[in-house]
Design a binder for this molecule. Structure first.
Ligand SMILES: [Zn+2]
Ligand SMILES: [Zn+2]
Length: 289
């Protein structure tokens, strides 16, 4: 099972970093978690073009995680001969569900026009599976050798926001979505081989204490402490605030995670970084596909 960071950015536009997203691939099963800016391009780079995607999972209703859903659906339709090839989308009941139901409305005229031109019918579509987000880990999808479960996290006031856990033949990966360090992720990361978690530097959080947006992200020192408690072998940081594009910021992330007490393998997320869970005892860190 390969876990590929398709996007490690956040709302700030950064040419090196696509918007948030993580892909889990096991054989022919290719699952995408969130679809921030330029996710579709990253999926192609990672060898999973939109037509081959098995399902899309949404963590919460923030635009940085959803901007590329349109491109993903339209490109899937175009590249699969404009047939009916709906994409299963799994989302918590709430605004993300409404967003998925309406995301293609603004393209109705273009879709109809292309159909008229080519004599095709239908259009890009989704098969929405909306689930009631709960503070108990609940299975939301199953396919191939993989099982995906969800749990509510703390991205208050954004409710619902969920983390996902993917269980496969070679262990589990937890994908935090956006959240402060919280008990829910700690619980479901126990026993996982890889934790993909969002993060904000403690130093940045402290300098912006008056900003409520700081509170709903994961403080790096607290995250290091949590990862140490659950003894997860690999911690991959994504949605890094600020972007670790200089040696100083990279060092600051490492220092703060270690200060929290984490001693396992630490991956400072770059787009297309890949972590492979297989028979080997220690997950392998690859730079990209
Ligand atoms: Zn975000
Ligand atoms: Zn968010």
């Amino acid at each position: 099972m390969d876990v590929i960071l398709t996007g490690t950015g956040f709302p700030t536009v950064d040419p090196r970093r696509a918007g948030p997203g993580t892909m889990v691939r096991d054989g022919d099963v290719c699952l995408q978690f969130d679809a921030g800016r330029a996710t579709t391009q990253r999926l192609v780079e990672a060898g999973c073009p939109p037509a081959e995607l098995t399902a899309l999972f949404i963590t919460h209703h923030h635009y940085d995680h959803l901007l590329d859903v349109q491109d993903l659906l339209l490109s899937r339709w175009m590249s699969s001969g404009m047939g009916i090839h709906p994409l299963p989308v799994i989302a918590p009941i709430g605004p993300s569900q409404d967003f998925i139901n309406r995301v293609l409305d603004i393209w109705a005229e273009d879709i109809a026009g292309r159909n008229r031109q080519l004599g095709t019918v239908g259009g890009p579509g989704t098969e929405l599976v909306a689930f009631e987000a709960s503070d108990v880990l609940t299975e939301v999808w199953r396919g191939g050798d993989l099982r995906v479960s969800a749990i509510l996290v703390d991205h208050f006031p954004v409710v619902p926001a969920v983390a996902y856990r993917v269980d496969g033949p070679h262990g589990a990966v937890v994908i935090s979505g956006d959240t402060a360090v919280c008990e829910a992720v700690e619980t479901i990361a126990t026993g996982a081989r890889l934790l993909v978690h969002e993060v904000i530097l403690d130093a940045v959080a402290r300098a912006n204490l008056g900003n409520p947006q700081v509170r709903y992200h994961a403080n790096a020192v607290a995250l290091g402490a949590m990862a140490a408690r659950v003894q997860v072998p690999v911690l991959a940081l994504t949605h890094l605030i600020p972007a670790p594009n200089t040696a100083e910021v990279q060092a600051a992330f490492r220092e703060e995670i270690r200060r929290g007490g984490y001693r396992g393998q630490l991956v400072l997320g770059e787009d297309l970084a890949t972590i492979r869970l297989d028979r080997q005892e220690v997950p392998q860190i690859l730079t990209g596909p």
